[in-house]
Design a protein around this ligand. Structure first.
Ligand code: NAP
Length: 338
């Protein structure tokens, strides 16, 4: 029997960008599982063969109640996006849900050393691509009924809220997604169109493999010692937001694995048992408090503080910092403003 959410989604047409991998692929599967009797899914990405394979897998799993249309689309190509809706078969043109998920990160270079091509591809995919897609679909949503109808679900990132070293461009793109999304929600207040932002924390997908130019060992190192989210964890939230009653707008979400708030605490609990509780708690509160805690850790246990930094670094993608850098940073903690 269909759940209330399944019933609300029945008959809808959903477009997902970046559906060939990770969060986008899982989102397609989750929509199909939630409304298997009657749903239309348009899966887009550049890798069309992968999309076709995913479409076949979905139909094998849930049956033919879900119509899946794989479409090759590069969101950074303005003319491809402009003609996207009109080129869809008629029965797929009434789009109810747009999931703007396509996105990527390239490299960990710091400002001054960032390759122009990396800047361009991140901006063109994560920002302008998302804007082009929205502009291509929104007029159709606005023209529906008296006050328009539809959902625009933008995948941002925790990086749009908490910029980190080596991620300036990616973080800036996701901050841009956030501002764009917030403006649009305000602009559409008089319509029935819902504007939703999903901000994942660390999720294990092809994301880091792309960041490191296909170097799987480097990508795996990002998740070493952590338990990242799975793409299914985010897909469930995306589908949940689209499956609310029409009057309910889940405007904003931030979803991260436990270690992104409490790995420091957990690690310290396990390894530095005699540390004052005050310090442990302060680690989770603010960067300032965290800095104080690092200082405290250094004073209590130099070696543990050293390992602790490695965990911090792992969490913030700086795990490639050398031991010397870490020692230097520990010695600087007192004098470094946070
Ligand atoms: P992923 O597994 O690498 O998937 C990225 C998807 O984007 C792929 O399907 C890729 O497909 C597509 N894509 C890339 N460039 C594209 C383009 N120009 N046109 C169309 N599609 C394009 O990574 P993911 O983690 O699922 O990422 C999905 C979204 O989540 C991104 O916006 C990312 O920034 C965001 N996010 C990820 C994390 C994380 O930790 N993984 C955290 C926060 C936010 P093709 O290569 O086939 O085109």
């Amino acid at each position: 029997m269909a759940t209330a959410m399944g019933k609300r989604l029945e008959g809808k047409t959903v477009v997902i960008t970046g559906a060939s991998s990770g969060i986008g692929k899982s989102t397609a599967q989750e929509f199909a599982r939630t409304a298997p009797k009657n749903l239309k899914l348009i899966l887009t990405a550049r890798r069309i063969d992968t999309l076709k394979q995913i479409a076949a897998e979905i139909n094998k799993e849930v049956g033919e109640g879900v119509k899946v249309l794989p479409v090759q689309l590069d969101v950074s190509n303005a003319s491809e996006v402009r003609s996207f809706v009109q080129n869809l078969p008629k029965e797929f043109q009434e789009i109810d849900v747009l999931v703007n998920n396509a996105g990527l990160v390239k490299g960990v270079d710091k400002v001054g050393d960032i390759k122009e091509e990396d800047v361009e591809v991140m901006m063109a995919t994560n920002v302008t691509g998302l804007i082009y897609m929205t502009q291509a679909v929104l007029p159709h949503m606005k023209s529906r009924g008296e006050a328009g109808a539809g959902d625009i679900i933008n995948v941002g990132s925790i990086a749009g809220r908490e910029p980190y070293v080596g991620g300036s461009i990616y973080c800036a793109t996701k901050a841009a997604v956030r501002s764009f999304t917030d403006s649009m929600r305000k602009e559409l207040i008089a319509t029935r169109i819902r504007v939703i932002e999903i901000d994942p924390g660390q999720v294990e997908t092809e994301f880091s493999v792309v960041r490191f130019g296909g170097d799987k060992a480097k990508a795996d190192a990002v998740y070493k010692g952590c338990e990242p989210l799975t793409p299914e964890d985010i897909a469930e939230v995306v589908v949940f937001t689209a499956g609310r009653r029409e009057n309910v707008v889940v405007a904003d979400t931030l979803i991260f694995p436990n270690h992104q708030v409490s790995l420091l605490l957990e690690y310290t609990r396990r390894h530095i048992t005699d540390l004052p509780r005050r310090l442990l708690l302060s680690c989770t509160r603010s960067r300032r408090a965290c800095s104080d805690a690092w200082t405290g850790l250094r004073d209590y246990h130099a070696q543990e503080a050293f390992e602790y930094f490695q965990i911090v670094d792992n969490t913030s993608f700086l795990h490639k910092t050398t031991s010397e850098d870490l020692r230097h940073r520990i010695s600087q903690v007192h004098s470094t403003p946070v």
